[in-house]
Design a binder for this molecule. Structure first.
Ligand code: FES
Length: 185
């Protein structure tokens, strides 16, 4: 298993990042929604696109490309990317499992669910399985408190979870073997 959970703050040994033409067009369309001088409001969705184009994480190279595209200072991009749990600042698995651990989900068994996932995947929260398939994260409320315990994987919510449901989900994802991004539609 890999325990690499700290942000990677160097460009050394990290592959360069360039947006694809399609992603660039999407980013520009998002920025154009805002009045002149206010395109920074598109930063979060643009970061999501950059993350999806960079195997699910934001390297310094990717964040710098976002800064350049949006005409922002690099630190402005780093600040936002390092604040929100949905942005990964180190390489992640094909699937990132964001398990909610806030009180309503906790009262409905999220601790047991996390313990089950840790045992099943052979990793601790914050780590990635050795085969690069799953990263397990614990996050704060995802706004689905009435259907906890729950987790998010890419753009999908999985709710009212039990250990059996989670086992099925892991098997399905493993069989699908296709990266899940928050930008999936
Ligand atoms: S507390 Fe888990 S979704 Fe709100």
């Amino acid at each position: 298993m890999s325990a690499r959970t700290r942000p990677i703050t160097t460009t050394e040994g990290v592959r360069p990042f360039t947006f694809s033409e399609a992603a660039l067009a999407e980013c520009r369309a998002l920025m154009a929604r805002y009045p002149e001088g206010r395109s920074k409001s598109a930063l979060i969705p643009v970061l999501h696109i950059a993350q999806a184009e960079n195997d699910g994480w934001l390297s310094v190279n990717a964040m710098d490309a976002v800064a350049e595209l949006m005409g922002l200072r690099r630190i402005e991009v780093y600040e936002v990317a390092s604040f929100y749990s949905m942005f990964n600042l180190h390489p992640v698995g094909t699937y990132v499992l964001d398990v909610c651990r806030t009180t309503p989900c906790m009262l409905r068994g999220s601790d047991d669910l996390i313990a089950h996932l840790e045992k099943k995947l052979g990793i601790h929260a914050g780590e990635t399985t050795r085969d690069g398939m799953f990263t397990l994260k614990t996050v704060e409320c995802l706004g689905s408190c009435g259907t906890g315990p729950m987790l998010q994987c890419g753009s999908s919510y999985h709710e009212d979870l039990t250990t059996e449901k989670v086992d099925r989900l892991i098997d399905e994802l493993r069989a699908r073997n296709r990266r899940a991004n928050y930008t999936d539609r």
